[in-house]
Design a binder for this molecule. Sequence first.
Ligand code: GLA
Length: 395
Amino acid sequence: MLWNCESRRHLKRLGGFAPLLLFTAISSSVVPMIQNVTARIDKRVFGRLADGTAIDIYTLRNKNGIEARITPYGGTVVSLKTPDRRGRMADIVLGYDNPAGYENDQSYFGALIGRYANRIAGGRFFLEGAEYKLARNNGANHLHGGVRGFNKVLWQARESRRPDGVALELSYRSRDGEEGYPGNLNVNAVYILTDADELRIEYSASTDKTTVVNLTHHSYFNLAGAGSGNVLDHELKINADRFIPVDTTLIPTGELKSVDGTSFDFRSATKIGSRIDQADEQLRVGKGYDHSYVLNKKGSELSLAAEAYEPGSERTVQLWTTEPAIQFYSGNFLDGVKGKNNSIYNIRDGFCLEAQHFPDSPNHPAFPSTVLKPGEQYKQTTVYRFTVRKAEKKP
Ligand code: GLA
């Protein structure tokens, strides 16, 4: 299905005259209604899972030609094309060519993560006096929702239109007991590609039993283009005075540590690679950066969390979020992953900025709560905003 938002809006306004005008427009050399407007979404078949299930892929385009391809399998952003300073488009996220790649994926490329992003220590937690045991899929710990997290399920998809862009609405019902979590959880995640060059994700969820929820998105960015090498030259800025140190199994120790004087200080733009190999205990356990940053904010307003810039292309991505933290992961576990277009992704060939609550919050009463009760609404908004630096300098 091809869906041109703007022309639909015009057609609605024009009412009964629309077919006539549309015919006139198409049959003449002047195409007033459709010509300069291209925001649209279309759907095609992406391929099949091992069990034969056909998987769709949606292509969202904004009026400036930015294009996001998203599959309902895992709610995954498969590709994201943005312009460099000269207007040349490149795909800036790591991924695979077909559903089989995502079915076998161990890296969570581009996926929606849930029911709980990042780790829960020992795969267990207590809630309202009851102990819940989760899948242990990362050594002794639970990671990214378990063996079959939200990145491995098929979401229901619906195309829609927002005032500021085209949208793909995804929904999934996670059963009571799935991967060990209590409560039936209805989850919605809406991807909106706006004409302001943003990929906005609006999450919401509700439950019928008290549970824990922590959703995120796991795109690996390489602003020089996916498959073009490592991201060590990218400059990164994170609006955080504190980060969360972890133990040797990457579980928070509980401390919120000042970044002052450490290799973790990204309060001013710094190359990802400039300190990544320093002799630092936290960098050693993470094999690089794999840590949550406590954002400098008081409430849950949508605020600027981080910005990355790649000097060659001058592409920039800003991350805005309502969440209290971002996990900065420098792709340390990538090790010869076969990706799109015959690419091989190796260590640090992509980085993730995952907006979320703190890891292992269910076992840390002092951390902001991730508990969701019946009658409450979980809400989260995260925005990735794409610019080129030259454009930013213009008055
Ligand atoms: C997150 C984790 C990492 C790793 C990746 C996926 O970012 O923090 O430790 O598990 O996901 O490979």
